[in-house]
Design a protein around this ligand. Structure first.
Ligand SMILES: [Zn+2]
Ligand SMILES: [Zn+2]
Length: 681
């Protein structure tokens, strides 16, 4: 009998009969492992990885990963090898890992199987639906269906109940191989036109793989968990419209979304985070706190900063401008509209055209609303010949740009059509670059600390070394700059993730993602090399050797944009800004009209000391005034009545902590001074 050799993660080698499955090996190791196992990863030992995987997984080579989200699973061969069913016979020497809930990769397989369970349940209840696709997503799964009537919330409840029934029956997810014509015939008879289309397009090999779960038969590469019993912690979340293959004009489908985790606890935590996110939604808070608006009359994606939002913005910008000057940046302003010709030189009119507003004709000349600040800064750099002595040149601008975003993707302050970048461009000599990167990173940390973020993730993105032809700059440029970024991060002891092939087309970059109060990552700071623009604009400096050289150019933004960062801050603080940022720092609340005079005095004292104070002199009950100030998330309420007027005190109430008791006004002022000056968060 033929045998094969299976190398386990600990290096142990097992000799087993040809065709042994991972499930059998798991059983040999321990019944407990067999019980926990969800899926296996194999890596053929004698090369030919692709062929072997194809044999083991029945995988057809992928044509377009976008068109086939389900395929992400098999290509998500994290590290090395491929994911396969536990029941897949192994036909050659391989390295084998048996994945359990401890392995992050396995959750996507569980979620994909949950999508199949959803389809199976829908088919039980609505046998005439037409099936689209159903991949796993970050927190669960979805499946697309065509059905004449819309799915109602009650339908979702019934479907979820049916899913629980089918899960309890522990139905196996069975894999079969069918010849392509038979597969087509099967779907044709079943009148599943979308599935026919998928088989036609994506089945490249003569035999195609299918998974069945009860009534549901899916043209699917898998892999899947062995049976439905392991799908326990899930919840159907919503129905949304979707186009077949995501293309407008294609048939409309109903997409049912579900959340899915290993344990009920993880699911509950996720649902709680969603609730929190809803509570913190900056669009709702923006309205409640009267910070900003988007006006239909003016157009979508364009932000109106109301007085209170505008005040927070001024404070943010003041901090930033002071820091820029302290860190030896020069502040500049550039026009919002410039000749289209300039955008041809920069290349934006070509590669960035889809994101730009259309040109405007003035005196037979085309002008372009700026989508970027870089060309403007380049023109300032180029306005005279630069000597090596004046490098680095660091030009910073709170530069307002306009970009075309489809109305469907616009989202409050986070995705807009007009926004102000905290942009800067650094022009320097190669030997200066590491110090500049380090200074950018230091600045990024100052932003984090000042605005109250303590956790972050850093990514270093490189080019796709297999396709140097897609990039400007020489391999040496890329290697030097990437290693400069890497060395700097290492020197500073900052852990980072390497993202091969994820760099901008014009250069490698470092991205900082800040983690907010409820654990969500937000892409903010970016530091990017540019090997494209200096050449296009013929940038130069006169070196120490008297010759002309091309400077290195770095784009960097810390907040990204003022609008987006403001939106993130609103959500991070749930609208309760720290006292140094709050539009109103203290609300003065006289106990009754009798004490309005003293209230006025206290308010003036606060204002004279440079604080943002407001007197609530409405003829309302104190409780109502407190409630309103509380709703406006004003950090301090100062309650003043007869006792306070007599003693020159204020009764302090803190938004987050409640009553703090009476304090001499002078003491409160000096405490507030300390908090504001230290930018306590
Ligand atoms: Zn599938
Ligand atoms: Zn730029």
């Amino acid at each position: 009998m033929d045998t094969i050799h299976i190398t386990m993660p600990d290096g142990a080698i097992r000799e087993v009969p040809l065709g042994t499955t991972a499930a059998e090996i798991a059983q040999q190791i321990s019944p407990r492992l067999a019980k926990e196992a969800l899926v296996a990863r194999i890596a053929p030992i004698h090369g030919q990885a692709a062929a072997a995987a194809s044999a083991a997984a029945g995988a057809a080579p992928e044509k377009s990963p976008d068109a086939a989200p389900e395929a992400r699973l098999t290509s998500a061969a994290n590290g090395e090898g491929f994911l396969v069913d536990l029941r897949a016979p192994i036909d050659q020497d391989v390295k084998l890992s048996i994945l359990t809930p401890k392995d992050p990769e396995a959750i996507q397989v569980l979620r994909h199987s949950a999508a199949h369970l959803l389809a199976a349940a829908v088919l039980e209840l609505f046998p005439n639906v037409k099936l689209g696709i159903g991949p796993p997503i970050d927190t669960g799964f979805f499946y697309d269906f065509v059905r004449d009537e819309p799915f109602t919330p009650e339908d979702l409840e019934r479907i979820e109940k049916k899913m629980r029934e089918l899960a309890a029956q522990d139905i196996p997810n069975e894999r079969k191989m069918l010849p392509k014509p038979e597969a087509l015939e099967l779907y044709r008879k079943w009148e599943q036109g979308f599935k026919c289309e998928l088989v036609e397009e994506r089945a490249i090999e003569p035999m195609v793989s299918f998974y069945t779960t009860g009534r549901f038969i899916d043209f699917c590469r898998g892999p899947h968990i062995p049976s439905t019993g392991r799908i326990r912690a899930f919840k159907l979340m919503s129905v949304a419209g979707a186009y077949w293959k995501g293309q407008e004009g294609n048939p409309q489908m109903q997409r049912i979304y579900g959340a899915c985790f290993y344990t009920q606890q993880e699911l509950d935590e996720y649902l709680h985070r969603l609730e929190e996110a809803k509570r913190r939604d900056h669009r709702r808070l923006g309205q409640e706190l009267d910070l900003f608006s988007v006006q239909e009359e003016a157009g979508p994606g364009l932000i109106f900063w109301h007085p209170k939002g505008g005040l927070v913005r001024k404070i943010m910008e003041d901090w930033l401008r002071d820091e820029l000057l302290r860190r030896s940046y020069d502040l500049v302003y550039t026009p919002h509209i410039m000749r289209l010709e300039l955008w041809k030189t920069s290349g934006h009119a070509n590669f960035y055209r889809e994101n730009m507003f259309g040109p405007v004709e003035v005196e037979k000349d085309d002008y372009q609303l700026k989508p970027m600040n870089c060309p403007g800064h380049i023109l300032i750099y180029k306005s005279r010949l630069r000597s090596y002595r004046e490098l680095p040149v660091r030009l910073a601008e709170l530069g307002t740009v306009y970009r075309y975003e489809r109305s469907g993707v616009l989202h409050g302050l986070l995705r807009v059509r007009g926004f102000t970048q905290d942009d800067a461009h650094i022009f320097c000599m190669p030997e200066q670059i590491e110090a500049e990167i380090e200074a950018c990173i230091d600045f990024a940390f100052a932003v984090m600390k000042t605005f109250g973020f303590s956790q972050y993730v850093v990514e270093l993105s490189d080019w796709d070394a297999k396709h140097p032809e897609n990039y400007p700059g020489s391999p040496e440029d890329w290697a030097h700059s990437t290693s400069a970024l890497e060395r700097t991060l290492n020197r500073l002891g900052i852990p980072f993730k390497r993202m091969e092939g994820e760099g901008a087309f014009y250069g490698p970059k470092i991205d900082f993602k800040l983690i907010d109060a409820i654990g969500r990552p937000w892409q903010l700071t970016t530091v990017q090399f540019d090997f494209n623009l200096p050449g296009r604009f013929g940038l130069e400096y006169v070196g120490e050797d008297g010759n002309r050289h091309q400077p290195l150019m770095v784009h960097r933004a810390l907040w990204g944009s003022v609008e987006r960062f403001f939106g993130i801050l609103i959500e991070h603080y749930a609208g309760a800004f720290p006292v140094w940022l709050a539009p109103v720092q203290a609300e003065v609340l006289p106990l009754s009209e009798k004490f309005a005079e003293y209230g006025k005095k206290v308010t003036s004292a606060l204002k004279d000391a440079g604080f943002r104070a407001h007197l609530d002199d409405r003829n309302e009950k104190l409780q109502a005034k407190i409630r309103d100030a509380q709703l406006l998330k004003i950090p301090y309420m100062l309650i003043v009545g007869g006792k306070e007027a007599e003693a020159g005190t204020v009764s302090v109430r803190q938004q987050s902590k409640g009553d703090l008791g009476p304090r001499p006004l002078a003491d409160f002022l000096s405490d507030l001074r300390k908090q504001v000056d230290s930018r306590a968060v």
